[in-house]
Write a protein that binds this ligand. Structure first.
Ligand code: PLP
Length: 394
């Protein structure tokens, strides 16, 4: 068989993620205790009433055929949750679409809204699927820098005029992965104006809308007047309800765009396992105390990790949302990969090199709050003992 690997796959392979993972496996093989702060996979279980709903539905023999369409109860639950949380009214029939995780929706989005060669504006640094989806669909990427001095928001007006005109799709994510940045008031209004002016489709990924701290409540893009005319919002049950492995999320917003996405999906899958949809109904319409507790848990973890790291000499900014911290690498390291490798070797702590999220991520690492407070306190001690911050004055 030929060794040929198609261009699009070649464009995506050899990431720092696989380099780091291989290094972690090698370290584990030596018997070392590796503290994994890399992948953003929730370590806590769903609420008992959600597991119960799933268990009940799994015992129902009629739930094993192809689902084909979303259950009306699932779409109604999403509409109910959006009304309760954001005051946004959605038509469950046309303005809600189930996804096999936002990742799936993000992967297929470009096929729904672009032709090969069309320009897709992606945040840099940004969550990797924003790049992988367009690359797999043969679209052209235009990374938009998210600079600290601009509040980690894209400066859309500063883009070259031909880029603005060719931009078919704009991807946004607040609160964001990996930056843990939050949107500033008035920004979404500017996005709607831009989208109207240039005919750009907007996709806002709100996966972390419920993981916010210190009283902050992230807005929905759809709260913005005119947003529904230009775009969609994705939200997921993965992080809010600790259902990452169950693979359920949804897109809401413009009915025509949702129809196109549904058309692409109809060629690719047969819908979401009904018991999982029913578990999502229980999560979205049931008591929300577990969501409040979850945010409080991440906030306590954030305090343990960030306060601890600052105390030992690493000036890590305190995020207002998400399950991530975005930290500048200490002086003296040539790259975020080199620092991450040293941290693994000397402290037994794994983080993600910022360069894995785009060129603008170089010089930073992402730490995920996916361990309990004791383990995070231990991570702080290990970082301090490693001596890697010794020459750091950041
Ligand atoms: C910003 C962002 N969007 C989407 C996802 C994927 O979520 P899902 O589990 O719904 O596919 C993640 C997962 O980490 C994420 O960080």
């Amino acid at each position: 068989m030929s060794e040929h690997k198609p261009l699009r796959l070649r464009q995506l392979s050899a990431s720092v993620f696989s380099t780091m993972d291989e290094a972690r496996q090698r370290k584990l093989a030596t018997g070392a205790d590796v503290l994994n702060l890399s992948i953003g996979s929730p370590d806590l279980p769903p609420a008992p009433h959600v597991i119960e709903a799933l268990a009940r539905a799994v015992r129902e023999p009629g739930h094993y055929g192809y689902p084909l369409k979303d259950l009306p109860a699932f779409r109604e639950a999403v509409a109910f949750a959006y009304q309760r949380r954001f005051g946004v009214t959605l038509d469950p029939g046309t303005e809600v679409l189930g996804l096999t995780g936002s990742q799936e929706g993000l992967a297929h989005l470009t096929q729904a809204f672009t032709d090969p060669g069309d320009l897709v504006l992606v945040p840099d640094p940004g969550y990797p699927i924003y790049t992988a989806g367009p690359v797999l669909a043969g679209a052209q990427l235009y990374p938009v820098p998210l600079k600290a001095e601009h509040g980690h928001l894209p400066d859309l007006e500063a883009l070259p005029e031909d880029v603005k005109r060719r931009a078919r799709l704009l991807l946004l994510n607040y609160p964001s992965n990996p930056l843990a940045a939050i949107v500033q008031p008035g920004f979404f209004e500017k996005v709607v104006a831009f989208a109207r002016r240039y005919g750009t489709v907007v996709l806002h990924d709100a996966a972390y809308s419920e993981l916010a701290f210190d009283g902050y409540r992230p807005p929905s893009f759809l709260e913005t007047p005119g947003a529904r005319e230009v775009g969609l919002e994705f939200n997921s049950l993965s992080k809010t309800y600790n259902l990452a492995g169950a693979r359920i999320a949804y897109a809401v917003g413009n009915a025509r765009l949702l129809g196109l996405l549904a058309e692409v999906k109809a060629h690719l899958d047969y819908g979401l396992f009904r018991p999982i949809q029913l578990a999502a109904v229980a999560a979205l319409t049931g008591p929300q105390e577990s969501v409040v507790e979850l945010a409080a848990t991440y906030q306590r973890r954030r305090d343990v990790l960030v306060d601890g790291l600052v105390r030992v000499g690493w000036s890590v900014p305190k995020p207002r949302a998400t399950m991530f911290c975005w930290a500048p690498i200490p002086r003296g390291f040539e790259s975020s990969l080199a620092f991450s490798m040293a941290l693994l070797e000397r402290a037994g702590v794994t983080v993600v090199p910022g360069s894995g999220f785009g060129a603008m991520g170089e010089g930073y690492v992402r730490l995920a709050l996916v361990q309990g407070e004791d383990r995070l306190a231990e991570a702080v001690e290990r970082v301090a003992r490693s001596g890697l911050l010794a020459h750091a004055s950041m």
